[in-house]
Design a protein around this ligand. Structure first.
Ligand SMILES: [Zn+2]
Ligand SMILES: [Zn+2]
Length: 922
């Protein structure tokens, strides 16, 4: 019946094929629901954190996408209206840099090209090279809806960006102001606090003497020494500050100083903020180049003198130093001070220096005119949304991290001095100097009607557009009665899966903007939207980091970065996915070890071979005229009343495993889910069940055909259900085998569109598990004894078994299983094991192998002594724990009960072992 599977499992061949098929068939498309089917299926929707359009897949993506894909596939198979929505971010700085580099190889700069032509070049670049990461996702089988793919600069998303800006402006929540920002002289733009990375640098602390000026306007001969790590900024000094209670300087209150090199007279001011302990206790004040000084300048109404241009070269305010790079100027300034005898000393000093996260250039704090959002009203809603429980974080501790940041939030500087991005919809009028902010491109000043207006050259921070995604991808702001079904169905989204690194950048901003803008969209019935319905997502799952096998953070400098694509080429996507899933649980970093992937590749192989074994038997059955009824496939198998033990057992195990997997996934315990499947498939199904069921697969003349058919039906149906259980984790392998099983006539286009196994309490009978465990235990012990005493592999030997009457039927009714799996020729029930036989004792039975070779009494005694010592230790450990009142008070009852049971079993075994030792005469 089924197609032959190739002998060897070759992931590359099958994965390329299915990846292409899934995309071509639009298998995971989730179109806008029609009016009729709006209510069928609970929505489960999730936004892919949009990678930069310049991005390439790394291990963090691979983990994050594996988790999202498992959850989406799982929900889809449970009948939910599953939508995983992909897209890319235009990534202002990163993309602009990429194209600038390309231009550099052609020998020119973007300024020579001009804004318009440069942007055209970026779009060309995007068409050719952008979004490669999405192609990687396609190859890896991500079950996203490609029909809904977006780019943050798409027309419809740009409309949302403009609407959001204008709306906030109209609500008086956007303003323009001079502010000290982190300026990257290479990127020539302001960057946010979050985009600055700090590194320790060995630098210097220079002492500079500023001459004191007396009441007569002449230098008194006294100097006030200040300490600074950035002497070049002194060109912009407007004061020197001291602590008001610093007694060393009381006599200088109200005096002025001569700023060396510049010859500007500057005041000495007093402020509590100054630390008396730092340096000399006197600090220079440069409001245009330091955030603390900026605040100080505001408090004391001091002017700000900006001494650098966009590229961090000294500007005209810097006198003779104009035109010099900031670090060249530093050298010259120090040399000049020294020449004038004003250098009071140089000390080594370790500095924490901020770098641009994108290009690593040292950031220059700089005063500039920027656009800001008055963030408090938005933050208040975003705080309430989490505090009132409308958004749940996993792990929970991130709610606290989020709230802490949100409660200390500053106004958000949203302008960037880039060319690539959403240009700010504000026009400056050169006639009346007022600003026009407009949804439509303006041609005339809204204030005076002049046509001498020019659009702001700034673009918006990239996170402004990505912060809007949850509302904009579903159609906001154009929500009309005709086109609102997407919004009604999919907003709020169900879940966001993301890394900690963008909790503030993105997660926090989506919450602020989602809560703010969706509140304007009434519910379908016209009633106002509550805060609970305005959140962008109901849950946030923050995934862990993928580290290297030694738990080190992966970094290019360390050279320990693992490229997921390379590992996939070697072991297949399924094995890599399974590796990540098997280690993924909330809050635990993953130490990625290729050895594990190798192990899961072997697991995939095991399943492949099990499938081949099964197909071979189906073919043999067909030849013998036995055809199984395929209508049993696709649902959850249940055991017929008179079915043999192994059938009832494997079906029960399947149900229990399905239950564990469903519960684990509901709690983001990907590891528990993967491990449950692994143990079931490899342990229960392959190692035990397949071996036992071979007994019933008898196709010879005169064999019991009904029995064979029943066994084969259970085998096939359990296997088929197991494939569905495994499908979200190993989508490729399961798709291939499932199609082969249905021999070109599958009941659906993909296994991914079938039903996920569900637990049915009726399927599990406790006695079945107990009986099977007893058989397994006996088989394991007999195998061990055989090994110990060196029985030849193929020889079938009798065993003696001493076992309680109540357990006897379980063994005798299933004697064939023991005989086959432990190579036993006969089971002799005895009341006493014959003297001299090699035996093992468990709490349930004593078993001995009847074998010619005499046992070595001394060796046996030694073994017994070891085992006795081990059990004594077990009993003692349990006793100690049970005698500990704190433990008893704290541990859950079932754990304590379990421990008591273990203790009793160990004691029972110990008694038996001691008796054996006596009878052996050790
Ligand atoms: Zn930069
Ligand atoms: Zn005007």
């Amino acid at each position: 019946m089924p197609h032959d599977l190739p002998k060897a499992y070759d992931p590359t061949a099958i994965e390329d094929h299915w990846a292409e098929y899934w995309v071509r068939e639009k298998l995971f498309a989730q179109p806008t629901p029609t009016e009729e089917d709006r209510h069928s299926g609970q929505p489960f929707d999730i936004l892919l954190p949009p990678p930069n359009v310049t991005g390439r897949l790394h291990m963090g993506h691979m983990l994050n996408q594996t988790e999202m894909d498992i959850l989406t596939r799982w929900h889809r198979m449970r009948g939910d209206r599953a939508l995983w929505l992909p897209g890319t971010d235009h990534a202002g700085i990163a993309t602009q840099m990429m194209v600038e580099r390309q231009l550099a190889t052609e020998g020119f700069k973007r300024q020579e090209l001009g804004r318009e032509r440069f942007i055209k070049r970026v779009w060309e670049w995007k068409c050719h090279y952008g979004g490669a990461i999405l192609d990687q996702m396609k190859r890896l089988g991500a079950s996203v809806d490609w029909d809904r793919e977006y780019f943050t600069m798409d027309e419809r998303l740009s409309v949302a960006v403009r609407e959001a800006f204008v709306k906030l402006y109209e609500q008086d929540l956007i303003y323009r102001g001079a502010y000290i920002v982190n300026w990257c002289p290479r990127c020539q733009t302001a960057i946010s606090d979050l985009e600055v990375v700090y590194d320790e640098h060995k630098g210097h602390l220079w002492g500079i003497q500023y001459p004191v000026i007396g009441d007569d306007g002449k230098e008194t001969g006294e100097f006030l020494t200040i300490a600074t790590t950035r002497p070049e900024t002194m060109l912009g000094d407007v004061a020197v500050a001291i602590h008001p209670e610093d007694e060393r300087y009381t006599h200088l209150h109200g005096k002025t100083l001569r700023l060396p090199l510049v010859d500007r007279e500057i005041p000495i001011i007093t402020d509590d903020w100054v630390s008396r302990e730092f340096g000399t206790g006197a600090v220079k004040v440069t409001p245009a180049h330091d955030p603390n000084d900026f605040a100080l300048g505001q408090r004391h109404h001091l002017p700000s003198i900006n001494v650098m241009d966009d590229t961090a070269h000294i500007n005209d305010q810097g006198g003779k130093y104009a035109g010099l790079d900031r670090f060249v100027a530093r050298k010259e300034i120090v040399a000049d001070l020294e020449a004038q005898g004003l250098l009071a000393g140089i000390k080594d000093h370790v500095n924490n220096i901020g770098h641009c996260d994108r290009c690593k250039t040292i950031v220059e704090p700089r005063l500039s005119l920027q656009w800001f959002i008055k963030i408090q009203p938005l933050a208040d809603k975003a705080i309430a949304a989490v505090k009132e429980g409308h958004i749940k974080f996993t792990p929970e501790m991130y709610a606290k991290t989020y709230l802490n940041w949100m409660e200390n939030i500053h106004d958000w500087c949203i302008s960037r001095q880039l060319w690539w991005g959403h240009r700010i919809p504000a026009w400056h009028c050169s006639s009346c100097h007022k600003t026009t902010v407009s949804r439509e491109d303006a041609t005339n000043c809204a204030q005076c009607g002049s046509d001498k207006i020019e659009q702001s050259t700034d673009v918006l921070d990239t996170w402004f557009s990505s912060g809007l995604l949850p509302v904009s991808v579903f159609g906001w702001p154009n929500i009309t009665s005709e086109n609102r079904r997407d919004f009604d169905t999919f907003y709020p989204t169900s879940l966001l899966v993301t890394g900690f690194d963008i909790l503030f950048f993105w997660v926090a901003r989506m919450i602020m903007m989602g809560c703010w803008f969706s509140l304007d969209v009434p519910l379908k019935d016209g009633s106002p939207r509550s805060l609970a319905e305005s959140v962008p997502f109901r849950e946030v799952y923050i995934h862990a980091l993928v580290r290297d096998a030694n738990r080190e953070k992966m970094s290019k400098t360390k050279g320990n970065v693992i490229d997921p694509i390379e590992i996939v080429k070697q072991y297949g996507t399924d094995a890599v996915r399974f590796t990540l899933a098997s280690m993924a649980s909330p809050g635990t970093d993953i130490a990625f070890n290729v050895a594990r992937t190798e192990g899961y590749r072997a697991f995939a192989n095991k399943i492949w071979n099990a499938a081949r074994f099964m197909f071979m038997n189906i073919d043999r059955a067909a030849e013998a005229g036995i055809v199984i009824d395929t209508s049993v496939l696709g649902s959850m198998p249940s055991a017929e009343p008179g079915a043999p033990l192994e059938s009832r057992w494997i079906i029960a195990e399947l149900h229990v495993t399905a239950d564990r997997v469903n519960q684990a996934l509901a709690n983001y315990r990907f590891d528990d889910a993967a491990n449950a499947i692994y143990q079931f498939f490899w342990g229960s199904f392959c190692d035990w069940y397949l071996e036992i069921v071979k007994l019933s697969l008898d196709f010879s003349e005169g064999a019991d055909k009904a029995r064979t058919k029943s066994a084969l039906t259970t085998l096939v149906s359990v296997f088929e259900a197991s494939l569905r259980l495994l499908s979200p984790f190993m989508p490729f392998l399961t798709e291939e085998v499932w199609h082969a099983l249905h021999d070109g006539k599958p009941p659906a286009r993909s296994i991914a569109l079938t039903h996920f196994p569900e637990f049915d309490t009726a399927a599990t009978v406790p006695t079945v598990a107990g009986e099977m465990a007893l058989l397994q235990s006996l088989i394991v012990e007999v195998r061990a004894i055989r090994k110990e005493i060196g029985v030849e592999e193929k020889a079938a030997v009798p065993i003696e078994l001493r076992i309680g009457e109540s357990l006897k039927p379980a063994i005798s009714q299933n004697a064939a299983i023991v005989e086959r799996l432990a190579r036993v020729s006969e089971i002799r029930f005895v009341s006493q094991i014959s003297a001299g036989l090699a035996k093992h004792a468990t709490s349930q039975f004593d078993a001995a192998v009847v074998y010619e070779r005499k046992i070595d009494v001394a060796a046996e005694c030694e073994k017994l002594n070891k085992e006795i010592a081990k059990q004594e230790k077990n009993v003692a450990n349990a006793d100690r724990q049970l005698a500990n009142p704190t433990y008893i008070a704290k541990a859950p009852t079932h754990i304590v009960d379990g421990l008591r049971k273990q203790r009793d079993e160990a004691q029972h075994l110990l008694d038996k072992l001691r008796a054996d030792r006596t009878s052996l005469g050790c």
